[in-house]
Design a protein around this ligand. Sequence first.
Ligand SMILES: Cc1cc2nc3c(=O)[nH]c(=O)nc-3n(C[C@H](O)[C@H](O)[C@H](O)COP(=O)(O)OP(=O)(O)OC[C@H]3O[C@@H](n4cnc5c(N)ncnc54)[C@H](O)[C@@H]3O)c2cc1C
Length: 389
Amino acid sequence: MTVTLTDEQALIQETARDFVDNEVVPRVRESDRAERFDRELAERLGDMGYLGAPVAEEYGGRGLDYVTYGVIVEEVGRGDSAMRTVVSVQTSLVCGSIERWGTEEQKQRWLPRLCSGEAFGCFGLTEPDTGSDAASVRTRAEKIDGGWRIAGQKMWISLGNQAEVALVFTQTDPEQAHRGMACFLVPTDSPGFSSQEIHGKLGLRSSDTASLALDGVEVPDDALMGEVGDGFKIAMSALDSGRYSVAAGCVGICQGCVDASVTYSTERKQFDVPIASFQLVQEMIADMIVRRDAARLLVRRAGELKDAGKPSTVETSVAKLYASESAVECANLAIQVHGGSGYVDDYPVERYLRDARVTTLYEGTSQIQKLIIARDATGVNAMTPVSPA
Ligand SMILES: Cc1cc2nc3c(=O)[nH]c(=O)nc-3n(C[C@H](O)[C@H](O)[C@H](O)COP(=O)(O)OP(=O)(O)OC[C@H]3O[C@@H](n4cnc5c(N)ncnc54)[C@H](O)[C@@H]3O)c2cc1C
């Protein structure tokens, strides 16, 4: 495993860092306070080539490797997790799925617009009664002449109010369980499609989150992505990339916590000395640095495996689990370093904690990541309860 970046990767990192410091960081507090999704800034991510960065150039992406994609996501995550969510959803969940599973026509129709930020996409898997058990989606797709009729509800969908296209995961035959699942590319201006904003979130306040209703939405046959029965595989392959992206964003939160804590502790004085002089403060900073470095290396390992085309599901779960829990831990420590000042939004650390909290929940909770990791080690699937023989 390579620990250092190539010159080209380092240059892309530097550009992303400057962009985040100059264009993202100055807007983040106001958007967070106002719970306002900043579409203009999200479109700027497209201008910079940060939406769909690993997508092939012929479809409007930059054809970057996964390690470089992770580096970009880390930088955006350091600045604003709501914007990082845009990058993760658009790139890993939506563009990545279309590129891997879509027909040539579907790729041509959607990828260039999504990569440029001219259009946004959302990933509609979760439902009011279907979360961790993704195979139990109830949204029904029924075959009609020349197409499909879709009815159901989706919950907690990032970018759901902003998106021009929704990946909608459905059940075509409940008796087939996950083998009956199908994924559709649904234009959000289709009759019967509606979205509603979800507010009152602990964090990610300026991220757009929606509940979706599909009330007999009719789509043509060519809206089906992959085959009937591929839906579950599409969802899992998307999450494999999505979890990598979330993990990289969490490394960015850890980095932001270290940066803020080093600056604050060397400036703030108590007992006539900078608080960085106190060993107990240094311990908190050292703990954050160890977490940050370990998380970054785990993300890098998962990225290199993806770039090498090797299996990486377990390594991605390890990275996502560790990086997300570390982001929560680092943010909590960073608030402690800041004392009372860490409790208000003059400093970024309280937002880091609020924003980090969801990363142990979405794209598979920490418990689900542990079950994936230990299933691989033991060969025993503990995901579903086993009744006594
Ligand atoms: C801000 C936000 C944005 C989101 N964006 C999207 C999006 O864009 N698209 C999308 O499809 N979804 C999205 N989600 C949904 C997210 O992926 C789910 O919330 C997540 O998968 C967990 O599902 P759940 O909330 O239904 O929790 P549940 O599955 O009900 O879990 C509740 C608790 O039970 C535990 N649990 C469940 N099953 C097991 C088990 N087998 N063993 C042990 N413990 C278990 C969980 O770990 C958790 O602690 C988003 C959520 C949020 C909050």
